[in-house]
Ligand binder design. Sequence first.
Ligand code: HEC
Length: 134
Amino acid sequence: MKLKQLITMAVVALTLFSVQAFETNDDIKNRIKPVGSVHVAGAASASAAADAGPRSGKDIYNGACAACHAAGVLGAPKTQDAGDWSPRLADKGRDGVWKSAIAGINAMPPMGACGNCSDDDILAAIDYMIEGVE
Ligand code: HEC
């Protein structure tokens, strides 16, 4: 009986989490629409050809970082939001925030939990996230 309840709770928690992740992904898709990307199913394919080749910072971001950084989940600094990023950059600089992204900081997992990201991939994703900020 107790085990059953635990399992039910775990299933409910997982379901809630995945629903939340979906909403976040929709957010991201709306956000990046004007730029165009192979990841945006059904969006205007104006610049799809530009996305061939190695992963760009934006690709890495979309794959590994957007789930938290698009909407500011758990207090993550929001992508290309000067109000969120400027104080961090002023305090630690680009290298400093890069280091904490690699090592992890508070609720931010090391490497953003990206299993196939190199340190340079992390920096490329950061550069995308802070584009236009400073
Ligand atoms: C599970 C959610 C989550 C994911 C996934 C995630 N982040 Fe974060 N990130 C956070 C949170 C939360 C913070 C704020 C941590 C704090 O300062 O308390 C943060 C902060 C940061 C910072 C600022 C660090 C500083 O020193 O101020 C950088 C840079 C960063 N993330 C980069 C990334 C990159 C690059 C990725 C993808 C490879 C990524 N994050 C994926 C949650 C996430």
